[in-house]
Design a binder for this molecule. Structure first.
Ligand code: KG4
Ligand code: ZN
Length: 344
């Protein structure tokens, strides 16, 4: 039996997400998403990664229109909102400040409570959004893979979860993006590498898989191995990347996905869970989605894969996490500052 309070179907939340390079606002009634607006910042493409100062400036430009459109699309007026949920961390501090300041101003102006959401909890809690898919049965094990994090999380209840494994250096999304950058792709390279890999042979090149102790991961060695391999090959033939890009992408993707799957398997066996889930931006990866589905069939566990719109950063997941906080009356404070390294 679950020991968490169930959320009210009537509670209307406005949610704001601004932890990295997406400005997003959503309106939820209970677990139903009435709107979920995301403004993605194209400005970073040319720099090969997110430039923090530019990200916060873009959030400043987008936050008001994004919130306005989210309310309009939901058909909800400001006076109907019961509380305002926002991402308190972790993330880029300058980006977090924009969403936090906006949420606090609304909270003060409307005299409605604030809900401080942990971004990584929210990625996982996106599974509780009412979108026609089954909700994972508790407890479940979630592989949370994003641009900043790679974690194996035991979810006991929506407000009680613990990290049982994590990356000691780069996150899986970071590995995708950095390797894509080495291959000459713009930021974020993860989705581009995924697309390319569909036409490539995953066995064409063999890259090393890290062997960390316990349930931890490491991806920085792979990035370095790919870098040195490509430097060597490009010295011999300057069109090596161009001639082999699909095979390179498929081989890199295979290495990252199989590394993720090995520890997931170890964690399933160690904990004895019967339900697993994927969360975070990298859960949009076609190879990882397929690997988790096949694994579940073979191991007789139930797998939950998020809808694509709830994989990468979005405010609907912040609203969903906010609903659980609201039901437990865990309200935030205007005096609390956002935190780049908010503890899990
Ligand atoms: O969760 P998210 O939107 O932001 C963070 O919280 O970091 O994740 C973004 C990450 C980026 O590294 C991006 O390249 C990766 O998710 N990503 C993908 C795919 N779609 C997004 N990586 C591999 N394959 C994809 N299809
Ligand atoms: Zn995220």
């Amino acid at each position: 039996m679950s020991d968490f309070k169930s959320i009210s179907e009537k509670t209307i939340l406005l949610a704001i997400e601004s932890s990295c390079d997406d400005t997003s606002a959503a309106v939820l009634r209970g677990a139903k998403v009435l709107s979920n607006v995301v403004a993605t910042q194209a400005v970073h493409e040319q720099f090969g990664g997110v430039v923090p100062e530019l990200a916060s400036r873009e959030h400043q430009k987008s936050i008001f229109p994004v919130v306005t459109v989210a309310l309009e699309q939901a058909g909800i007026s400001k006076s109907e909102i019961d509380a305002i949920a926002y991402t308190r961390g972790p993330g880029l501090l300058g980006s977090l400040h924009v969403g936090a300041a906006f949420a606090k101003s609304l909270s003060l102006g409307l005299q409605k409570p604030l809900l401080e959401v942990h971004h990584m909890h929210a990625h996982i809690l996106a599974h509780f959004i009412e979108d026609g898919k089954d909700i994972p049965e508790l407890p479940f094990l979630c592989l949370t893979v994003s641009g900043g994090h790679t974690q194996l999380v035991m979810v006991e209840t929506p407000t009680k979860m613990s990290v049982i494994g994590h990356t000691l250096d780069d996150a899986a999304g970071e590995a995708f993006d950095k390797i894509a950058k080495i291959m000459g792709m713009p930021y974020p390279g993860g989705p581009l590498l995924d697309k390319l890999s569909k036409e490539g042979n995953p066995d064409a090149f063999v890259f090393p898989k890290s062997k960390m102790e316990g349930l931890n991961y490491s991806f920085s060695g792979l990035k370095t191995a790919v870098l040195y391999f490509l430097k060597k090959e490009m010295a011999k033939s300057s069109d090596f990347i161009e001639m082999n890009k699909a095979d390179l992408a498929a081989s890199v993707q295979y290495t990252i996905v199989s590394t993720l799957m090995e520890k997931l398997d170890q964690a399933v066996k160690q904990t004895g869970v019967k339900t697993i889930a994927l969360a975070g931006g990298v859960s949009a990866n076609s190879g990882l989605r397929e690997a988790v589905i096949n694994y579940a069939k073979k191991q007789d566990v139930i797998a939950h894969i998020p809808a694509l719109e709830y994989c990468t950063d979005n405010a609907a997941m912040i609203g969903m996490a906010g609903q659980f906080l609201y039901s437990e009356k865990v309200f935030g404070r205007v005096s609390n500052a956002p935190s780049a390294r908010l503890p899990f």
